[in-house]
Structure formats: C-alpha cells, structure tokens
Design a protein around this ligand. Structure first.
Ligand SMILES: C[S@@+](CC[C@H](N)C(=O)[O-])C[C@H]1O[C@@H](n2cnc3c(N)ncnc32)[C@H](O)[C@@H]1O
Length: 290
C-alpha cells in the first residue's frame, strides 16, 4: 500500500527474524503506513490476528484498508494500548516496534518536525496531545530547557542554546528556531547545528524514552512461548534502553525466559542506506521467548 509515503526500514531483516508463519498473531506498536504489517500479513494470511497501533491519526487513516479486512486498529500511544491489551490477557507470536517518526512527519511542514521545511513549533506525533514544541521553546525556564537539550540531544552547548532561545522569544517557526540555535554553533559542521536540539525537543514533546522504558516489560509479558519481539531504534538513547532491557531478561542462564536472536544489533546494508536514508541510523534487536 503506502510504500511511496514511508519506506519500511530493515524490512528483509525484520521478516527474517520475525519469521511469520501462516495463522500467527502479530502486534505492531508503531504501524505507521502499514509497510511492515503488510509484509507480515502476506505470510500469516490472517488479518483478524493483527493488532495495529499508532498515536498519529493520519497513520490510523492510512490503515483503513487493513482495518476493513479485519485487523484490530488502535489509535493510542503504545504505552496506553499495551497496558489495555495486557490487562485483557492478549498475547502474540510476533511484536514489532519501529520507533520514532515517519517520513511523512518529517516531510509535512505543518507538523513542525523539521527545519528543512518551515512550519509551526509543533512536533506532536499525536495531534490531540496537549504538550507541543511551542510550549517547551517559548515557556520553559532555562534550567528545564537546558536539561532537555542535554539529556535528550546530548547537546554540549545546551546551556548557551537555552539562553539564546530565551533571549529571542517568542519563536514561532522551525526555521526561526534552527537559526537561533545555529548562532551558538558558528563555523562549519557535517550535520546542521540544530539537529541535536530538534531531536531533544521532539523526544520531550512525545515522552519517547519514557514510553519505551515503561512499555518493554509489557511487550515481554505479552509474548507467547516461542514468540519474537523486534525493536528498531534510531538513536543511541533508544538503543541503550532496548539493549539493557533485553540483557536483563536474556543471557546464558539456564533459567532465563528469553534469548537474544542476534547478539549485536542488525543494521542496514549500503544498498538500503542509499535507497532509504532513514535506514542509516536504524538498529534492530530481536528477542525470543523460550
Ligand atoms: C517509523 S514509523 C513506522 C512505520 C511502519 N513500520 C511502516 O512500515 O509503515 C513510526 C510510527 O510510530 C508512531 N509512534 C511513535 N511512537 C509511538 C508511540 N509511543 N505510540 C504509538 N505510536 C507511536 C508514529 O506516529 C509513526 O507513525
């Protein structure tokens, strides 16, 4: 279906590790434009055994065709959806979380995720959420802003950038914000000087790391025996959480309930990187319930 809007990353590897079999059940926590889900469905052939979650209503609208075919589609954060599914006693043969934003988020200027396209300071994945980038950029005090830039962007000039932002308030657009940040990084650099700060503000707006940390235990609990959990992360802060959570429950102990299906994270090859630049930073980790 929607491959033209968002190309699913590491699709071959995801399929090789999830190994969908006919009739197996599948939970997709970040269903997006249904790229991974459609490939899984081609093997399982059972839409009624698919649960598709996304917090973005544009993505949910794109899943209408799978919903019509019988998939269970949930518009919620994956933390909320996972809590509800776990409480209902749901369990799955395969669970996938392909974290972060979609290409459509980055390419739609009105969503305010990118400084490549000028837009409002928004960055909400869920358009109904209360907190937006505008509030963080224009209202947070210097300590709070510095902490966000440092913790979620690993930005070495966090304090100076926070001070520059405060001195230029009100800031109303992504390009304006990017140019204020750039004043604190004079000279040339490979990536745009606002990249780390934009990542930080986006993570804070969507509570991305908190959602992940609190949800992984629920995903582990919902795996059936023999079930596979695959998580694709896009930056080191996410990958660290996944790596640690997987290490905590797996390992060589005879009584460990889970085993890692790959010791190191799986990354894209050069061909995929050229064809889909989003894949460059993608890391896939996969775990199986024994
Ligand atoms: C990288 S895209 C997924 C693309 C999808 N795998 C595909 O092949 O089309 C990530 C999606 O996850 C959603 N998302 C990110 N964090 C989420 C969360 N905490 N809860 C629910 N959805 C989330 C985003 O709205 C976005 O649509």
């Amino acid at each position: 279906m929607s491959q033209t809007i968002h190309t699913p990353v590491l699709l071959k590897a995801v399929m090789a590790y999830l190994k969908p079999e006919p009739g197996e059940s599948y939970l997709d926590l970040t269903a997006g434009y249904g790229g991974h889900a459609t490939a899984v469905l081609a093997r399982t052939q059972l839409t009624s055994a698919m649960t598709l979650v996304d917090r973005d209503k544009t993505a949910i609208a794109a899943l209408t065709s799978l919903k019509r075919q019988g998939a269970h589609v949930i518009h919620a954060s994956f933390e909320e959806a996972s809590k509800a599914l776990h409480e209902q006693g749901a369990n799955f043969d395969m669970i996938l979380a392909d974290l972060g934003v979609s290409s459509l988020h980055l390419d739609t200027s009105s969503r305010g995720f990118s400084f490549a396209h000028d837009g409002p300071l928004d960055m909400r994945m869920d358009q109904t959420a209360e907190l937006s980038a505008d509030e963080i950029v224009n209202k947070y005090d210097q300590d709070r802003l510095t902490e966000i830039l440092r913790r979620y962007g690993e930005e070495p000039r966090a304090r100076a950038i926070a001070a520059a932002i405060i001195s230029k308030r009100p800031i109303s657009s992504t390009r304006q914000l990017a140019s204020v940040i750039a004043t604190q990084w004079p000279g040339r650099s490979k990536v745009h000087p606002a990249t780390r700060s934009f990542q930080a503000i986006r993570i804070a707006v969507n509570d991305e790391l908190g959602q992940l940390e609190r949800s992984i235990p629920l995903w582990l609990a919902m795996l059936r025996p023999g079930g596979r959990l695959a998580i694709i992360s896009f930056h080191s802060l996410e990958d660290r959480i996944v790596k640690q959570a997987f290490a905590d429950v797996s390992g060589d102990r005879f009584d460990a309930d889970y085993r890692l299906l790959a010791k190191s994270p799986i990354t894209a090859d050069d061909a995929e990187n050229v064809f889909n630049p989003r894949a460059r930073s993608a890391k896939l980790r996969v775990l199986q319930r024994k």
